[in-house]
Design a protein around this ligand. Structure first.
Ligand code: S3P
Length: 448
């Protein structure tokens, strides 16, 4: 079963220092919400319509998988996505392996869906995804009755045979992971009785919000500081009209770039600011960054605002590890901001970063060090001594991004604030989450 997706040859690029970021931009739709809108739309009876869907490779992998399991998922000419589902419990056995590309979210959430349907599916992925731990979802889904055969080490490729009826469980998350929480809840949709997930530390709650929006019977209680999420199974979901807000994790690169590049004054419109996602902006403000929220409103059941970011001198901080889950994907770009701040930034409690698309502590430490930043790597975080606002020297050779889109985009931001530019070994993976990144960066910096 050791088939691994092969990728096109790498596309290196040197990101050069560039002028201020100015004007108004919009980033593509939220990746987490896009995945979930396709999955739940495919389980509702009737037509779900989604606008603002992120058309990145990860989300397209979810769309292809749901099609392979019987749903119709199509893009209309006006950019709206139309999804026709046939109901919870009706997923069909896919004819071939489900290729998840680079996407951990697709893999773990879809494993949850398959776990409680009477079907068998094989999941494969690229070299990055094939290194990532799946034991964290194999454990609870096996308790629910799924029969899962992973590759040695608990990784992809793996085969999962679902059980219907599955067994409802109460599962206390051993790691703070929205993917594990969501996998169990999605498995619970086609499971008679109440499935409960206990979250000692809150993680992004898009699944809970959207399940409720689709009419699932889901309740959340707080006990002793922990969240107990109960879902009543054998749900019947009602199709929805969904507007996906802009992805705060994509906005993060532009917000940091605007704070760092002198003369910048940028508005990023329509950014999702769910409190379980938005802690980067809190930390940047603690560092002295000028980031204000304009026109706060609600879009698709999620808080949204326009973010106004202006060039600001930054000061290093100790980042509260309790904030980590609410900015888990934003540490690579925070490390870039810290590299240009006055004084020292200390981050701790970040062991989870080692099992993302790459080991984001060692990959960022190596890439930023190559660009001239002063970094010390600890087992659970980085300590960074900033330049005090002076540009980084830049890289003589390409830095390794290890098939990790967020490393590539973070180092692109580092290139903007360098003397000689930063060469990234492969910009291809950026298309997994932000296909328009380079064009938007060129337009915001006045190069387009
Ligand atoms: C995600 C959850 C997070 C995050 C990932 C998207 C989701 O992963 O890093 O990019 O959509 O549920 P973990 O659950 O592994 O923390």
């Amino acid at each position: 079963m050791k088939a691994i997706t092969l990728h096109a040859s790498p596309t290196p690029h040197r990101f050069l220092p560039a002028g201020p970021l100015r004007g108004r931009i919009r980033v593509p739709g939220d990746k987490s919400i896009s995945h979930r809108s396709i999955m739940l739309g495919a389980l509702a009876v009737g037509e779900t319509r989604v606008t603002g869907l992120l058309e990145g490779e990860d989300v397209l992998a979810t769309a292809a998988a749901m099609r392979a399991m019987g749903a119709s998922v199509e893009r209309q000419d006006d950019g709206t996505w139309s999804i026709h589902g046939t109901g919870v419990g009706t997923l069909l056995q896919p004819a071939g392996a489900l290729d998840m590309g680079n996407s951990g979210t697709s893999t773990r959430l879809l494993m949850g869906l398959v776990a409680s349907h009477p079907i068998t599916a094989t999941f494969t992925g690229d070299a990055s995804l094939s290194r990532r731990p799946m034991g964290r979802v194999i454990e609870p889904l096996s308790q629910m009755g799924a029969d899962i055969s992973p590759s040695p080490g608990g990784t992809l490729p793996l085969m999962i045979r679902g059980l219907s009826p599955a067994v409802p469980i109460t599962y206390r998350l051993p790691v703070a992971s929205a993917q594990v929480k969501s996998a169990v809840l999605l498995a619970g949709l086609n499971t008679a009785g109440i499935t409960t997930v206990i979250e000692p530390v809150p993680t992004r709650d898009h699944s809970e919000r959207m399940l409720r929006g689709f009419g699932a019977d889901l309740t959340v209680e707080e006990h002793g500081g922990e969240r107990h999420i109960h879902l009543r199974g054998e749900a019947s979901l009602r199709p929805q009209t969904i507007t996906v807000p802009g992805d705060p994790s994509s906005a993060a690169f532009f917000a940091v770039a605007a704070l760092l590049v002198p003369g910048s004054d940028l508005v990023i419109e329509n950014v999702g600011l769910n409190p379980t996602r938005a802690a980067l902006f809190t930390v940047l403000r603690q560092m002295g960054g000028s980031i204000t929220e304009l026109n706060p409103r609600e879009v698709g059941g999620e808080p949204v605002a326009d973010l106004h970011a202006r060039h600001s001198p930054l000061t290093g901080v100790e980042v509260d590890p309790a904030l980590a889950p609410a900015m888990i994907d934003e540490f690579p770009v925070l490390f870039v901001a810290a590299s240009l701040a006055h004084g020292m930034t200390v981050t701790t409690g970040l062991e989870e970063l080692r099992v993302k698309e790459s080991d984001r502590l060692s990959t960022m430490a190596a890439a930023l060090t190559a660009a001239g930043a002063r970094i010390t790597e600890q087992p659970d975080g980085l300590t960074i001594h900033g330049t005090g606002g002076d540009p980084l020297p830049g890289t003589p050779h390409a830095v390794a991004t290890k098939l990790d889109h967020r490393i590539a985009m973070s180092m692109a931001v580092a290139g903007l604030v360098s003397q000689g530019g930063v060469e990234v070994d492969d910009t291809g993976p950026i298309a997994t989450s932000f296909p328009t990144f380079r064009a938007l960066l060129d337009s915001a910096t006045g190069q387009a």
